[in-house]
Design a protein around this ligand. Structure first.
Ligand SMILES: Cc1cc2nc3c(=O)[nH]c(=O)nc-3n(C[C@H](O)[C@H](O)[C@H](O)COP(=O)(O)O)c2cc1C
Length: 199
């Protein structure tokens, strides 16, 4: 059975909710999907002062986990227009896997969350996709066959480069139905692509 890993970092739960939706989408295509978060790297006093709120239902990933999957979907909230340092630190430790080419040919994808509508969603997706391409993953985005990313009838995330959500300046806006549907669509397409490539 095709195995999909949804690997994410989240401080306040928005990216975590998108991660669960991406996994649902992968499962709807008949794949096995696990959701894991990367380790926190920020000191505990800052975590407390900033009110970080983790979802402890998800296992913390280790580098060794990556090679066991046919596809890896990576979700990180925006930090100054690029992926969070927690996610970057995780990938910065994958040198041994890169040396051996262990991830070459797997399917990869990215999703993100920002506070503001134009706060760096696409640059964050590309900062993630860049890492995945260096490892040789084959990238799947969120094509316009997910038509709900079109239109200006509501505030909504979603880009051809990956599923996104908008948290609002105070983080009070949780992913909308449309945004969760985008994450599900992308997760399903990743699983279907991995099935075609890896059987
Ligand atoms: C240090 C820092 C930098 C941030 N930079 C941006 C930014 O460049 N653009 C933006 O829209 N939001 C920015 N944010 C807001 C986060 O992206 C937002 O809290 C996040 O998307 C919420 O997702 P989460 O609940 O999964 O952590 C920043 C937050 C922090 C703590």
């Amino acid at each position: 059975m095709t195995k999909v890993l949804v690997l994410y970092y989240s401080s306040y739960g928005h990216t975590a909710k998108m991660a669960d939706a991406a996994a649902e989408g992968a499962r709807s295509a008949g794949a096995e999907a696990d959701v894991m978060r990367v380790p926190e790297t920020v000191p505990a006093d800052i975590v407390e002062a900033a009110g970080f709120n983790y979802d402890d239902n998800h296992k913390v990933a280790s580098i060794e986990d990556l090679a066991g999957y046919d596809a890896i979907i990576v979700g990180s909230p925006t930090r100054y227009g690029r992926m969070a340092s927690q996610m970057a630190a995780f990938w910065d430790a994958t040198g041994p896997l890169w040396m051996e080419g262990k991830l070459i040919g797997k399917v990869g994808a990215a999703f993100t969350s920002t506070a503001s509508q134009h706060g760096g969603q696409e640059t964050t997706l590309f900062s993630t996709i860049t890492n995945l391409l260096h490892h040789g993953l084959v990238i799947v985005g969120l094509p316009y066959s997910f038509q709900d990313q079109m239109g200006v009838d509501e505030v909504k995330g979603g880009a051809p480069y990956g599923a996104t959500t908008i948290a609002g300046g105070d983080g009070s806006r949780m992913p909308s139905q449309t945004e969760l549907d985008g994450a599900r669509f992308q997760g399903k397409l990743v699983a279907e692509t991995a099935q075609k490539l890896h059987g």
